[in-house]
Design a protein around this ligand. Structure first.
Ligand code: SF4
Length: 422
C-alpha cells in the first residue's frame, strides 16, 4: 500500500524520517520532494531539524529520478493509485532552504515536478512551495525571484522567527531585521511577487527579550505584509545550544523561559501591535510533528478581522489561566474604554454624514423648486451647491461603514473577554 503519507518514512526516497516541512505542507493532499538534503546553514541554536544530516544538493538528474520514483510508487497499486490521483493538489520541494539552489536548476526542478504531477493527476499542481531563508531571498534578487515565479513557484516558507536583532543574534540566525526588510523589498520589486508564508517563534529569546520580540516582530510583519503568518512554538532538544544557554541564564537569574500563559500572551501582543492587513494567521504546537510547544493554537484566521481574532484569543487566554489573566484585566478594560470611545466617534461621524446628505438634498430641492417657480437663474445655480454636501455626506457614510462594523466587533469581543457578554 502506498499512500502519499507513507512515502516519507522510506529512507531510500528521503534522507530524514518524515521529511521536515511546514504544517500546511504535511497534509495528505501535498506531495513532497527532496531537492536538497539538510540545511546549508544548520547553525540556528534552537534547531535540531537537520542535525547529523550533512547538506547536499542533488544533481538535476538525480532529482528527476527521485520525482519519477515517487510518482511510480504513488501509482503502482491499483487500489491506492486512483485515490492518490484524486486527492493530490499541491507540491512542496524541500529540504531546508531549497531556495538557495541555483535559479536555473531550481526553475527546471519546479517545471519538471509540475509536469510529472500533471501526467499523474491530469491537472497542474495548485501550488508549488519551498523553504527560503532571508539571505537566499536577498541572494536571488528580484530578477531571479521573478524567473522562479514564472516557472511556477507559488509560495516561499520564510523562517523569519523574529523582527528583533537581539533575538536573531541570540539564536544565531545569520540575518538582521534590516536584511529581512531588504529581502521583502526584493520580493515586492517583482512584477508578480511570489507570496510568502512567514514563520514566527513565540517565546524565542525568553523573558529578557519579550518586549522587543513583540514590538520589532509586529513592526516587521506590518512592513513585509506576508500572505500567511505562522506562529510555531520552539522545541529545542535538551542538549541544544539554545537550551544550554537558557539554562545558564536561568541559573544566573538573567533570563527565563516563558510560561504557557506568557507564550499565549506574546502571540496576542504581537497580533495586537500589528497593523490590520489581509493575511491568514495560524498558530501550531506539537500536534504537528516537529513543531514545538504552543498553548494557544488556531489555524487560518483571517487577520482582516483582527479585532474578532484578538477578542477570541483573549477569551481563550483567560480560560487557560483565569488567575494569571487577571493581570491583563486592567489593560483589557482600558482597551474596552478606548474601543467604546472609538465606536461612539465613528457613529457620530456617520450620523454627521447623514445630516450633510439630507441638508444637501433639502437645499437642492427647495432652491431648485423655488428657482423654477420664480424663474430665477441665480437661485437655480445656487441649488447646485447642495451636490457637494450630498457627496460629502455620502462619502462620510461610506468611509465609516466598515469602521462602525469593526469598532462594534472590537467592543463585543472585549466585552466577551471581560465576561460582560456571553
Ligand atoms: S532554522 Fe532553518 S535555517 Fe536555521 S538551522 Fe534550522 S533549517 Fe537551517
Amino acid at each position: 500500500m502506498t499512500l502519499v503519507t507513507d512515502l516519507y518514512q522510506d529512507r531510500e526516497l528521503f534522507s530524514t524520517p518524515d521529511m521536515f516541512s511546514p504544517p500546511a505542507e504535511r497534509r495528505n493532499h501535498v506531495v513532497r520532494f527532496e531537492l536538497t538534503q539538510g540545511c546549508d546553514w544548520n547553525a540556528c541554536t534552537f534547531c535540531d531539524g537537520y542535525k547529523g544530516v550533512p547538506f547536499r544538493e542533488k544533481s538535476l538528474e538525480e532529482y528527476k529520478e527521485h520525482v519519477d520514483k515517487i510518482f511510480l510508487r504513488l501509482g503502482n497499486n491499483w487500489i491506492d493509485a486512483p485515490h492518490n490521483r484524486r486527492i493530490l493538489e499541491r507540491v512542496f520541494i524541500g529540504g531546508g532552504n531549497a531556495l538557495a539552489v541555483d535559479t536555473e536548476k531550481l526553475a527546471e526542478a519546479i517545471k519538471y515536478t509540475s509536469l510529472r504531477f500533471l501526467d499523474f493527476t491530469d491537472r497542474s499542481p495548485r501550488r508549488v512551495a519551498v523553504y527560503g531563508r532571508t539571505d537566499s531571498i536577498i541572494g536571488k534578487g528580484s530578477k531571479n525571484l521573478q524567473e522562479l515565479g514564472r516557472s511556477g513557484l507559488g509560495l516561499i516558507y520564510w523562517g523569519v522567527e523574529s523582527g528583533s536583532n537581539n533575538v536573531l543574534n541570540y539564536v544565531n540566525k545569520r540575518c538582521s531585521k534590516e536584511d529581512i526588510l531588504k529581502a521583502a523589498e526584493e520580493i515586492k520589486k517583482c512584477t508578480y511577487p511570489i507570496p510568502t508564508s512567514v514563520m514566527i517563534m513565540p517565546g524565542l529569546g525568553g523573558k529578557k527579550f519579550y518586549d522587543e520580540h513583540v514590538k520589532e516582530t509586529a513592526e516587521v510583519l506590518g512592513k513585509i505584509k506576508p500572505r500567511f503568518i505562522t506562529f510555531m512554538g520552539i522545541n529545542p532538544s535538551a542538549n541544544s545550544l539554545y537550551e544550554r544557554r537558557m539554562r545558564n541564564e536561568e541559573a544566573r537569574g538573567t533570563n527565563r523561559r516563558l510560561s504557557d500563559f506568557e507564550l499565549g500572551e506574546q502571540i496576542i501582543d504581537i497580533l495586537r501591535e500589528m497593523p490590520r492587513f489581509n493575511t491568514s494567521v495560524g498558530s501550531y504546537d506539537c500536534s504537528v510533528d516537529e513543531v514545538g510547544h504552543n498553548p494557544l493554537t488556531f489555524s487560518s484566521a483571517n487577520f482582516a478581522f483582527k479585532q474578532v481574532i484578538l477578542g477570541i484569543l483573549e477569551t481563550r487566554l483567560r480560560d487557560l489561566s483565569p488567575e494569571q489573566w487577571e493581570s491583563r484585566r486592567e489593560d483589557v478594560e482600558k482597551e474596552l474604554k478606548r474601543a467604546r470611545r472609538q465606536e461612539r466617534l465613528v457613529r457620530t461621524i456617520s450620523k454627521a454624514g447623514i445630516g450633510f446628505g439630507i441638508a444637501g438634498m433639502a437645499h437642492f430641492l427647495t432652491t431648485s423648486v423655488i428657482g423654477g417657480l420664480t424663474n430665477s437663474e441665480p437661485l437655480l445655480s445656487y441649488a447646485m451647491a447642495g451636490f457637494p454636501m450630498m457627496m460629502m455626506g455620502g462619502g462620510m457614510i461610506a468611509t465609516m461603514e466598515d469602521k462602525i462594523i469593526s469598532a462594534g466587533e472590537r467592543v463585543e469581543c472585549l466585552e466577551r473577554a471581560l465576561g460582560e457578554r456571553e
